[in-house]
Design a protein around this ligand. Structure first.
Ligand code: ADP
Ligand code: MG
Length: 697
């Protein structure tokens, strides 16, 4: 929108009172144009609204006093420390400000000049004193009441003073804020309780009170998130409209036939997910759904249900898993359930010989294979389905391009279900995955007990834990022992002392697990060996399985109810939750021991969240709060979300509101009306959504 003559793009050096020198300083803060400065919001505020006379002061709360400088002193204390004192007189009473080790403060005051001190006063040696007060100088030409408000504090750079910055900001806001277009019509502003941007900007820079600033901020955050959600809603609509897909209905007869296969009754959460999925698959539009369900909630059954619906309608379906281990396990589940059915099943891994692969590809290509289970090898170029109806992507919690992976199936679109057991904090979900439909299943199958989790940090407790584990192994249970690394290597520094699976495997057999049958799996093992070890663990041949995080997702061995995690502090919270999800799946109480080798309080605090909660959604939120959005998905990309004001951690409520508003505008078609043309343009401008996404149909 902003053309070359747009006054908001005026270079700051041409703004009254800035000039080339200050413009250079501002450029260090990435502030070049008027617009940059308008959106350079205060870091926080100096609240000078509670102004008191000396007699009205109370101790220990922030108040301000206006007075004149009547005395200054400078004292050398012991050990080279210095103290500066400045005495204010105010209506015959006195207040002293003191600074330690800031000798330069002395030079900042001139006798009888008028200033404001703010801070928490205390009564000391017969008068009020504030240490380290915030100071506001009131020029003689200035109206003192103007200074007695809430003052913005900006991030600065060397050579630029706060008072200058305030003056420049005020100048720019007064001169330019009114020029900011506001594309939201008044009735929507009223409905959403929004201030127009120009007012909100004025108030966030120079508020009347802290509450005023907070309200202004809400408006700006809402505008910010609204744009973003509109872009997502437009994209989602585009996909929907451009993605007719075969209608694959789950008739009551099909539904009943599939349900009979399962040896259990589906939970309410599974039922709910299945309803969502069946509705999508019958809709004639391609499903794009993200299913989030906690570890052990029973996603496999949901996936199989969907695939069988596709098969029943005469289409092929495939289930794709991230690891070989998990693929094999799914394959076994499928074989258990469908062993006697007529459904033609096929396993496709990277493991096949060239000839086997050739044969498999043929069956996929001719449609002989109806239900395919495989690793990522399913999306290689040479795999071409004859009539693919549904793709289920399991455990895609390290989201990549996979969600929108391309599956070739002639010209028809394919229904797509992405499943994850890593609950994603809601606000990330609504931004990163905001254009997918979402089903959340928080139910666990009946009879699951909470895994008892303890942090173990001393040798004494470690040997107690091993005692306990040996007892359980003797009574027939099994244990996972998880290590952060595969083998000792030449790695330096931080990773050098990480416990490796190879070492633990060797050592445990001669120490804590002497006399027990110990096995090992890790990613660098030969896949046949790996599969054999897994099979032996499943059958109980192996009692203790030493592993790396390859067992993190999906692995399901109900008899294993014990887990030791070495150096637990090295793992992310959600990852630990995943790992822990391997146990407590059967009838036996689960026990998870987090061995730690750190005394960093941040790490221990994170682990505490795991002791106190077994709910993956809660843990994800805790992880999010402790680590911020940066690390959650193992990517930095959402750190780059083009948001100006909003903070996903802090503004979750506003995000929900903005999302609801945005999707309503798009789905009702109102965004396509002329009254909102400006808004649509703003969204496109900011998010570079291809123009084609915006056409309504
Ligand atoms: P997820 O993939 O969601 O972590 P799984 O699909 O591996 O969970 O299921 C975990 C375990 O729960 C499996 O042993 C499965 O057979 C069992 N299960 C699934 N659904 C139910 C149910 N409705 N009732 C009882 N057990 C169930
Ligand atoms: Mg699973």
């Amino acid at each position: 929108m902003s053309g070359p003559e747009d006054p908001l793009l005026t270079s700051l050096q041409f703004v009254t009172g800035v000039g080339p020198k200050r413009a250079e300083l501002l450029a260090k803060l990435e502030l070049r144009t008027v617009q940059d400065l308008l959106w350079y919001l205060p870091r926080d505020y100096l609240d000078l609204t509670d102004v008191r006379g000396i007699k009205e002061l109370e101790k220990d709360r922030v108040q301000s006093v206006v007075g004149r400088v009547v005395d200054q002193d400078y004292r050398q204390l012991t050990k080279g420390r210095v103290m500066v004192g400045v005495l204010l007189e105010c209506d015959g009473g006195y207040l002293r400000g003191v600074w330690f080790n800031q000798p330069w403060m002395l030079k900042k005051f001139r006798p009888s000049e008028q200033v404001v001190f703010s801070g928490k006063p205390k009564w000391s040696q017969g008068r009020w004193e504030i240490s380290n007060p915030d100071v506001q100088w009131i020029g003689d030409d200035e109206d003192s009441s103007a200074a007695l408000s809430v003052l913005p504090r900006y991030g600065l750079t060397e050579g630029l003073r706060m008072t200058e910055m305030r003056r420049i900001s005020q100048q720019v806001v007064e001169q330019f804020a009114d020029l900011i277009p506001d594309p939201i019509p008044p009735e929507l502003q009223a409905e959403w309780q929004l201030a127009p941007i120009r007012d909100a900007l004025r108030r966030i820079h120079f508020p009347k009170s802290l509450l005023d600033a907070e309200e202004a901020r809400r408006s700006l955050v809402f505008h910010d998130l609204l744009d973003f959600q509109l872009a997502l809603a437009l994209r989602r609509r585009y996909w929907r409209q451009r993605s007719p897909a075969p209608s694959l209905p789950a008739t009551p007869k099909i539904d009943a036939r599939i349900r009979r296969l399962f040896p259990f009754t589906l939970t309410a959460g599974q039922d709910h997910a299945i309803r969502d999925i069946a509705a999508d698959m019958a809709s004639g539009q391609a499903m794009q759904r993200l299913l989030q369900a906690d570890v052990g909630a029973g996603k496999t059954a949901i996936a199989i249900y969907g695939m069988l619906v596709a098969v029943a309608a005469g289409y092929q379906a495939c289930l794709m898993a991230p690891t070989e281990l998990l693929t094999m396990q799914h394959w076994q589940t499928v074989e258990r359930l469908l062993g006697h059915s007529r459904v033609q099943r096929l396993l496709l891994t990277g493991n096949l010989t060239a000839k086997q692969r050739q044969l498999a590809l043929e069956q996929i290509n001719t449609g002989t294979a109806q239900l395919v289970v495989g690793t990522q090898s399913l999306i290689q170029k040479d795999v071409s389905f004859s009539k693919l109806g549904l793709v289920v992507v399991d455990e895609q919690h390290r989201f990549g391009v996979m969600q929108r992976a391309h599956f070739s199936s002639g010209t028809e679109n394919v229904h797509m279900l992405v499943m994850t057991a890593t609950p994603i904090p809601r606000s990330i979900c609504m931004t990163q995955f905001g254009d997918l439909d979402l089903t959340i299943n928080a139910d666990l199958p009946p009879g699951r007990q909470k895994v008892v989790t303890s942090r173990i940090s001393t040798d004494g407790n470690r040997s107690k834990a091993w005692n306990f584990i040996r007892q359980k192994l003797e009574s027939g249970r099994q244990v996972y022992v998880v290590c952060p690394r595969v083998e000792e290597g030449e790695m330096k520094g931080d990773t050098a002392d990480m416990m490796s699976a190879e070492t633990a495997y060797r050592e445990l057999q001669n120490t804590e697990l002497q006399g027990f049958r110990v096995g090992m799996v890790h990613g660098q093992m030969d896949r046949d060996v790996k599969a054999q070890q897994m099979a032996d663990f499943r059958s109980g041949q192996i009692q203790a399985l030493v592993s790396t995080t390859v067992i993190e997702v999906g692995v399901d061995v109900p008899n294993a109810n014990l887990m030791v995690i070495f150096q637990a502090e090295r793992f992310g919270l959600s990852q630990l939750h995943q790992l822990r999800g391997r146990i407590g799946r059967g009838e036996f109480q689960g026990y998870c021991f987090l061995f730690t080798e750190t005394d960093k309080s941040e790490a221990l605090q994170r682990l505490m969240a795991l002791e106190t909660s077994t709910n993956g959604f809660e843990i994800a939120e805790a992880d999010f709060r402790l680590r911020g959005p940066g690390d959650i998905l193992g990517t930095r990309q959402h750190g780059n979300l083009p948001l100006r004001v909003a903070d996903l951690l802090r503004d979750q409520t506003i995000l929900e509101e903005a999302r609801a508003a945005a999707f309503q505008l798009v789905n009702s078609g109102r965004l396509d009306q002329p009254e909102l043309a400006m808004l649509k343009i703003r969204v496109l401008d900011r998010f570079e959504t291809p123009m084609e996404l915006v056409r309504s149909g």
